[in-house]
Design a protein around this ligand. Sequence first.
Ligand SMILES: NC(=O)c1ccc[n+]([C@@H]2O[C@H](COP(=O)([O-])OP(=O)(O)OC[C@H]3O[C@@H](n4cnc5c(N)ncnc54)[C@H](O)[C@@H]3O)[C@@H](O)[C@H]2O)c1
Length: 447
Amino acid sequence: MAMTRREFVQSMAAAGTGVVLSNSVFGQAAGGGDEINVALLGAGTQGRVLMGDCMNIEGIRFRAVCDIWNYSQRYASRRMKAQYKRAGKVDWANTINVYEDYREMLDKEKDLDAVIVATPDFVHAEHAIACAEAGRHVYCEKEMSNTLENARKMVEAQRKTGKLMQIGHQRRSNPVYQYALELIKDDDVCGRLTNCYGQWNRGVQPLLEWPERYVIPPETLKKYGYESMEQFRNWRWYRKYSAGPIADLGSHQIDIFSWFLHSDPTQVVAMGGSDYFEDREWYEDVLTLYQYPYTYKGKTGTARAFYQILNTNSYGHYFERFSGDGGALTISENPKKCFYVSEPGKELPEWLQGVEPVQQGGKPAIPLLAGIAKKNEAAAKAMEMAMEKNVHQMHLENFFEAVRAGDASKLSCPPEEAYKTAVAVLQVIPAVEAGGGVTFKPEDFKA
Ligand SMILES: NC(=O)c1ccc[n+]([C@@H]2O[C@H](COP(=O)([O-])OP(=O)(O)OC[C@H]3O[C@@H](n4cnc5c(N)ncnc54)[C@H](O)[C@@H]3O)[C@@H](O)[C@H]2O)c1
């Protein structure tokens, strides 16, 4: 449901922007410059998304695929080869090697510059650290790890080796988010922030299955830490392999709270339940409340944040909202869900005035992209290019640009930053376990 280029251009026309967009930016490969040799470690659902995105970035050349499941190995390597052949890069297609064990890959692939790690969370630390220690730059998916101890080891390995490490909180490289932050910080559209809200609501989904002819032998599963094929496929629901839905989805959005408030939380309380599904270990629904220090015009106060992840109902799907005494800004990876609603009496910046409002929840709201498009030409171009890309591609581009420049300061999500998010997210679990609040007894309600 992302906004198409045509819709975006129409929204700018509606906004009355005089910006003329050049067609030459479309279809142009991002990045450019020297060839970077990469390997994909973990070629499952997300690994394949990242693979497709990398293949849209100029000069990124896959040399290897590593995965313990031959289904994923075949799928990814065949797609890479076919795509390279279609592009006339036959030598690239003929030099992709496939591995089961990452250690063998790191030993044999002497020319690798970087590794894209998209394995389950419990092996991120092992994989990312081994790659950095072997002299490779690392792009590692979120959540950094399912334990803080391992997440900290990743930060230490990055510092020790000096290799670049990007963690996959891709909103950090998304111009929609970057401009939304600018609107809050520089244009003061929300005034003093008092509340943040985030949700990821998903309907009930069945457990994942696997084709019978691609069953992994039990000894191989055991060698890599899995107890069964069912656990291997549904690792997200098991405590051994994951920190559950709050880490899986919440990490993306709780990351935005700290980024936008420019602070780390001082407190979290939470409730979560594993009482809906009978076949899963982790809490399916989690509701959390945070307190953050928030400095506005030199004075530090408190902003409170509510976050929820539901696996039992999808209404409203996913977005984040920042509310203050001047207005509320709603943002999402789906650009159609980005709106600004001002509080009565709030004076709008000149470039937001005259943008045609739409109705949102019974209030006139300014579609954020139309507003940003009116701000300036650079903003409009960045937005337009973002519309053309998958959200992960922009984060990969940021990583490869930093690799090419040999400059870790260009990374939009280095491990120290992601570690802070891991602390905020993973501490939800002890918060749920600690309980808290006031417990009611039936007799309390009898007068
Ligand atoms: N940034 C995002 O928006 C986003 C979205 C989805 C998933 N993810 C992250 O991507 C990672 C992978 O998730 P997924 O949905 O693709 O899972 P998945 O189960 O579909 O894929 C995992 C792949 O890793 C392989 N694998 C497992 N253990 C391995 C090992 N020890 N060595 C090599 N390969 C191994 C599996 O065979 C499988 O092919 C997770 O960390 C997840 O949180 C990020």
